[in-house]
Design a protein around this ligand. Structure first.
Ligand SMILES: [Zn+2]
Length: 239
């Protein structure tokens, strides 16, 4: 028996469902055979659900076969069309950050906390932005925000050099212009306490979604949930 959050879910042509689960012990994939989940339905294995599963696998390299799925908690608001894209972003980013690496219990805790935040916070847009930067930080990918990443000057920091991985000063002048306010806001999102970041939302949201999208695209990979304008895209049909 093990507990986890469903971060990816694919329905095969056969009707079987392959789910990727993130638990405190890492990430793993399992299959649920259509019509062979005793007393259960595949709906319990929906995206973002927190589940306890029973499974077995014949050999180490086999996909685990789920024999039982128990729902510990669903966060009902995550399926709302205005919130789903943000939940999808956090799940997809977590998935991308844990390819071949185990980031430990903390990534599970952050994702769980981020999803709970999206479920109840009045500003899911801000919750997603803040948690996305925190997840990047957990993976050791946070941009440098305390000084110019080229010359080390403390101020004025006015741009984000995505490739170099940090803010830059006016003299170095490299990267995407963010202005001094934007730089201070990014520092708060990246290095501040979550509570502080959530208490003081950035003024120019579009700018911050653009920064996150560029940064993730360069340092992690292009995410489906960030395709397009920068803000998470509306859910794709099916899933
Ligand atoms: Zn500089």
């Amino acid at each position: 028996m093990t507990e986890g959050i469903v971060i990816r879910r694919t329905t095969l042509p056969s009707g079987d469902v392959v789910a990727t689960l993130l638990s405190e012990h890492g990430k793993w994939r399992a299959v649920a055979r259509k019509g062979r989940l005793p007393g259960g339905n595949l709906g319990r294995l929906s995206l973002f659900h927190d589940v306890t599963v029973q499974y077995y696998r014949k050999h180490d390299d086999d996909l685990a076969l789920l024999t039982q799925v128990k729902l510990n908690g669903a966060l009902p608001n995550l399926t709302a069309p205005e919130i789903y894209p943000y939940a999808h972003l956090l799940a997809e980013l977590t998935d991308a950050l844990t390819v071949d690496v185990h980031l430990g219990e903390k990534v599970y805790a952050y994702l769980a906390s981020g999803l709970r935040g999206l479920n109840r916070h009045p500003d899911p847009d801000l919750v997603a932005l803040a948690y996305a930067w925190k997840l990047l930080g957990l993976a050791g990918l946070a941009p440098r925000t305390d000084a110019c990443t080229h010359c080390g000057a403390r101020e004025p920091l006015v741009a984000l050099d995505v490739a170099a991985g940090g803010l830059t000063c006016r003299d170095c002048g490299r990267g995407l212009p963010v202005g001094q306010d934007g730089a201070a806001e990014l520092r708060r999102l990246v290095d501040g306490e979550l509570r502080t970041a959530l208490a003081r939302p950035p003024l120019d949201r579009e700018l911050h979604w653009r920064l996150l999208t560029h940064y993730v695209g360069y340092h992690v990979r292009e995410l489906r949930s960030l395709a397009g304008r920068g803000r998470p895209a509306a859910p794709a049909a099916g899933g």
